[in-house]
Design a protein around this ligand. Structure first.
Ligand code: CTP
Ligand code: CA
Length: 226
């Protein structure tokens, strides 16, 4: 009952979350993508909403229900995800990048289906690098002035602490959340490592929703009050 009357942790704050994979088209039928169920990002959007925030959830192709009270923007490619994110950032107080963005996209997208008939060689794919959404936002004026608190995620297959620390520096974000993939992909539970300027803190294995609520509390605690 007491908790009910306490002001919510993110009351009146605007939170933007990217979630899920991106899909980079090769032709109208095919493309390349990443492994990501979107569950962690959707849980964070839900937890932020429960904490009183206004939440915009920028979602790549996933099959998940939109958390109640959350505004969802569906996108496919990394470039669409960047554009949708940048449209939200001028109003945002917190940005949480959980999306598994494809690092590269096919250099050219055919407007017709590439056919195998003709007995020729299989096509050779060439790639170009996608924009880094988190790095772009973290280097923007709002993040650098401290008005926007940016949180990155890193799924690593090995050397989690070292890689997560390095990634935090490289992305220029105050908080980076590490987890060991691909064992957690699509699962309902997870285990997190929070890396900030102070050091490393572990959130023990729990459901993604429980971890999301803990992470939201950690973000609210770290965020500079307005
Ligand atoms: N990210 C992003 N845009 C990209 C790539 C990554 O916003 N084009 C974000 C992810 O949402 C995540 C963080 O950056 O929050 C780290 O993503 P990750 O793939 O682990 O890092 P990369 O810098 O792409 O490095 P690598 O894949 O080589 O480990
Ligand atoms: Ca990557």
């Amino acid at each position: 009952l007491i908790a009910f009357f306490q002001p919510k942790l993110l009351a009146g704050r605007r939170v933007v979350v990217t979630a899920g994979p991106t899909f980079e088209a090769l032709d109208p039928i095919r493309g390349i993508t990443n492994h990501s169920s979107g569950k962690m990002g959707f849980a964070i959007a839900r937890a932020a909403r429960e904490a009183g925030a206004e939440v915009a959830l920028i979602a790549g192709p996933v099959s998940l229900a939109t958390p109640r009270g959350v505004r969802r923007v569906d996108v496919k490619s990394a470039r669409q995800m960047l554009a949708a994110t940048e449209a939200e950032i001028p109003q945002a107080d917190v940005f949480v990048a959980t999306a598994a963005v494809a690092d590269w996209r096919p250099a050219t997208e055919s407007d017709q289906k590439i056919k195998k008939e003709g007995g020729g060689q299989p096509p050779v794919l060439t790639f170009t690098e996608n924009p880094d959404i988190l790095a772009t936002v973290a280097q923007g004026a709002r993040a650098r002035s401290g008005e926007l608190f940016c949180v990155g995620f890193a799924a690593e297959s090995h050397d989690l602490v070292r890689n997560a620390r390095a990634k935090r520096e490289r992305k220029g974000v105050p908080l980076l959340v590490g987890n060991i993939g691909p064992v957690t992909f699509g699962q309902d539970d997870n285990q997190m490592l929070l890396v900030d300027a102070q050091g490393v803190q572990e959130l023990p294995r729990a459901s993604k929703l429980v971890l999301a609520r803990q992470l939201v509390a950690e973000i609210a605690r770290r965020r500079v009050p307005a």
